[in-house]
Design a binder for this molecule. Structure first.
Ligand code: GTP
Ligand code: MG
Length: 450
């Protein structure tokens, strides 16, 4: 386990090294590629703010501080486990394990993943409702914790009276912005979506449309209440935090009994059934809401390391797809194809490095061309440049000599997904190609909107 952890950290470091060497990689490309294209590429890759922050964050990150507000049993502890993909916060449905306001440090082994300030619904505490100074003290305490984001948690199936929590958060946000000269980011999470009828579908892949519609209606209803009360939020989303756990030797465990297990078993619990719904989307929302990039990075690192690698890969894909779109927007006076191909080859090399492999630009390019049906042809970048329009049509169907930014982004994203499937998920090249074909077909369908 420890060894695995070290290996994965090493891979992330290797990826960073490839990024740092991106300038050299571009310099070493064949002479056929003009100087202005090289310069533009270097500026794109080394000058991209998101990419730079991602790489800087590898060495400079801290656990995000999350203020959680929600009633007993709504699933606050479960949400933390769902976000981390590991059993890091005690869950219970028989007794309330979170007494009043409590700070938890969520850890995986020695690694601190998150700091959580957990409260029950403020409305549940009478003394606070009746006592102005108690509320002020609580606000002081929360401000002292200095959260990166506040999460208000509601239930999809138990219609809570949310007004008092919303008003409390409004006061808190006001005090926070006075002290910190910045707005407190607030994300509203509507949990327990799996329990929405028909509740027998607890696997998100099988949620029928009517269940999804009902979930969305509840989310909209809560949103109206929040807006009516004048609370400014960053976003609201319906999720399920449902996870069934098992011990490493395969024994199913009931959440009620987890606390009775030996400590070592608790630390190494594995996922038996994954009923998580929209947790990835919530992570994206939280990342967007958190302003401090060291904490943003900490959020991305707050998972088992294997999942951290997946999150990195997905984020790289998003960044490079965005860059590809801007390449197409500001045409460099040379066929866009090789600019895009080089960007994509760097993306593929970075993703491959996360799998522990050292993939050269040439192999990355071969991988990309093979997706378009050019197998083992040994084309050099020079040849690609000369034959650009031919290749353009192999990889981006129906694109003329100039690639629209939508197609550039979509195509780059599809290549990133293929690299993730092949290098990280160990899928068969044939399966990966089939999926890439499907993505192309989808792109053809949507082409009109690009
Ligand atoms: N079906 C379903 N059950 C959930 C979900 N989230 C939490 N639960 C269950 O609800 C119960 C309470 O969850 P907790 O995570 O302990 O709730 P909490 O908000 O932390 O509760 P306190 O610590 O008492 O304030 C547990 O049995 C969880 O397994 C969910 O999304 N779906
Ligand atoms: Mg709890």
């Amino acid at each position: 386990m420890k060894e695995d952890t070290e290996k994965i950290e090493q891979r992330i470091e290797n990826m960073k090294k490839i990024y740092m060497k991106a300038g050299d990689l571009i310099d070493r490309l064949p002479e056929a590629i003009p100087e202005n294209v090289r310069t533009a590429l270097k500026e794109k890759i080394l000058g991209d703010k998101d990419l730079k922050e991602l790489m800087d964050g590898i060495d400079a990150h801290r656990p995000p501080r999350i203020f959680l507000i929600g009633r007993t049993g709504v699933g606050k502890s479960s949400l933390i486990n769902a976000l981390c993909g590991a059993y890091v916060a005690r869950v219970s449905d028989t007794h309330s394990c979170t007494e009043g306001v409590q700070e938890h440090v969520c850890k995986d082994g020695d690694r601190v993943l998150m700091r959580i300030l957990d409260t029950r619904g403020i409305a549940e505490s009478e003394s606070i409702n009746q006592n102005e100074t108690a509320e002020e003290m609580l606000i002081d305490q929360i401000n002292h914790f200095s959260p990166d984001v506040a999460i208000l948690m509601l239930s999809c199936t138990h219609r809570d009276d949310v007004d008092s929590d919303v008003l409390f958060l409004k006061n808190l946000a006001g005090a926070y912005s006075k002290i910190n000269d910045a707005r407190l980011p607030i994300v509203v999470v509507v949990n327990r979506c799996d329990e929405m009828a028909p509740a027998r579908f607890s696997n998100p892949a099988e949620y029928p449309q009517n269940k999804i519609n009902k979930i969305n209606e509840v989310v909209q209803r809560y949103k109206k209440i929040i807006v009516k009360n004048g609370l400014k939020i960053d976003d609201i989303i319906g999720v399920s935090s449902l996870i069934d756990w098992k011990t490493p030797d395969g024994m199913s465990v009931d959440v009620d009994n987890i606390d009775n297990l030996p400590e070592k078993d608790i630390e190494n619990l594995e996922i038996e059934f994954d009923g998580r719904y929209h947790i990835e989307a919530l992570l994206d929302i939280l990342e967007e809401a958190i302003q401090n990039y060291e904490a943003q990075m900490g959020l991305r690192m707050a998972a088992r390391l294997k999942d951290v690698v997946d999150r990195f890969a997905k984020h790289l894909n998003k960044i490079f797809s965005g860059m590809a779109a801007t390449v197409a927007l500001s045409p460099i006076p040379v066929a866009d194809i090789y600019v895009l191909l080089i960007l994509q080859a760097i993306l593929v090399s970075l993703i491959a490095s996360l799998s522990g492999r050292d993939v050269s630009m040439d192999s990355a390019k071969e991988f990309i061309l093979s997706l378009g049906g050019v197998v083992g042809a040994g084309f050099t970048f020079r040849l690609v440049a000369q034959q650009s329009s031919k290749f353009l049509n192999l990889i981006w169907p129906g694109a003329g000599s100039a690639v629209s930014s939508g197609i550039a982004a979509f195509g780059t994203n599809a290549i990133g997904d293929a690299a993730i499937a092949y290098y990280l998920d160990g899928e068969d090249l044939e399966d990966v190609k089939n999926k890439f074909e499907e993505a192309k077909a989808q792109m053809r369908k949507q082409k009109k909107s690009f």
